[in-house]
Design a protein around this ligand. Structure first.
Ligand code: F6P
Length: 357
């Protein structure tokens, strides 16, 4: 049996643990009858035929290792079917590599964009099994993606540390948390770290309401306020814009990110001294937390089971505490956003947090 593996899109904690889970499971079941090929740098490796025959030892000592031993890249889904200089498409090239190598299946680890391409490969006859990774936890069909809990821990630690310096200086702090389209990471880390105001893309903000929340806190004797702001946060005015208007507005934004703009907006109304902290890719780095090591291992071994049972065209997912297969066609192109009326948002509001709306 010949199995190809690749990791695609932004990296996250737990990718190696998941690769290890798949590989150990396959080697234990099939021994010398299975050969695993690792493609370099995501779909690019499959497009260019750049791969390495893996050995069991390649998967040893990687459970706790951050990043991905295979490397990764972002290959746009939209570009997959556009003809290149020789008339072939990236899709054609991927199919050719798969067929020329005589692969029996591809194991693909990735997030939203990755799943669109994985589904395209599946529709074109490739036997695909996927694993859901991303610190954003925004993949439809699974309650949890691996990488998310590790990133929550890191963002929580950042906001924890900001508390003492915010108190010392009586300052307003904005901590910008990753997540362009979904606010899960900001919401979870914000509540876990005791942030005072949480701003996520799914709940557009009104800057006056943020200022009101800060003033209410200072009137009740609080020396500081901490805002956890998702990098994809938008104002109520922006929420009403067309896609094109929004793009132009953001292109013309002078500040390097939404947090700096928000800091300017709050300062303009309240005169408050504000500091911005952006942990950025720090949130995707380092060792996976225990939860992610376990989840990645469960996903990895479940993916190997799907291969064994020839149940292709599926993503392994966590639903009601169990690992289940979900058809790729149901996952591809769907975003799992934070429902503005969900129980976690209600908890945040019950705790007295402002969502800035
Ligand atoms: O998809 C994960 C993620 O970390 C997002 O939270 C973030 O918006 C994006 O990737 C950053 O992408 P890049 O690593 O390409 O800068």
């Amino acid at each position: 049996m010949k199995i190809g593996m690749l990791t695609s899109g932004g990296d996250c904690q737990g990718l190696n643990a998941a690769l290890r889970g798949v590989a150990k499971s396959l080697y234990n079941e099939f021994g010398k009858d299975v050969t695993i090929y690792g493609f370099s740098d995501g779909y690019r490796g499959l497009i260019e035929g750049n791969y390495k025959e893996m050995q069991p030892r390649d998967f040893s000592d990687i459970l706790t290792l951050g990043g991905t031993i295979l490397g990764t890249s972002r290959e746009s889904f939209k570009a997959m079917q556009i003809p290149l200089e020789d008339g072939t498409t990236k899709l054609d090239r991927m199919l050719k590599t798969y067929r020329d190598m005589g692969l029996d299946a591809m194991v693909i680890l990735g997030g939203n964009g990755t799943h669109k391409t994985a589904n395209l490969l599946s529709e074109n006859g490739v036997n695909v099994v996927t694993l859901p990774k991303t610190i954003d936890n925004d993949l439809w069909g699974t309650e949890m993606t691996f990488g998310f809990q590790s990133a929550v821990d890191i963002a929580t630690n950042v906001i924890d540390s900001i508390h003492s310096t915010a108190f010392s200086h009586s300052r307003v702090f904005i901590v910008e948390v990753m997540g362009h389209k979904a606010g899960w990471l900001t919401l979870h880390a914000g509540i876990a770290s005791g942030a005072d105001i949480i701003i996520i893309p799914e709940i557009p903000y009104n800057v006056q309401h943020i200022v009101d929340a800060i003033e209410k806190r200072s009137q009740s004797g609080k020396r500081f306020s901490i805002l956890a702001v998702a990098e994809g946060a938008i104002s109520k005015a922006e929420a009403k814009m067309s896609k094109k208007e929004f793009r132009i507005a953001r292109e013309n934004m002078k500040q390097p990110s939404i947090s700096y703009r928000l800091a300017d907006e709050i300062h303009a109304i309240s005169g408050q001294e504000i500091r911005v902290t952006i942990p950025g890719h720090f949130q995707r780095g380092g060792s996976p937390c225990a939860y992610d090591r376990l989840l990645s291992s469960r996903f990895g071994t479940a993916a190997a089971r799907l291969i064994r049972e020839k149940k292709f065209g599926n993503m392994v997912a966590l639903q009601n505490g169990k690992i289940v297969p979900v058809p790729l066609k149901d996952v591809a192109g769907k975003l799992k956003s934070v429902p503005p009326d969900c129980e976690i948002i209600r908890s945040a509001r019950d705790l007295g947090l402002s969502m800035g709306d």
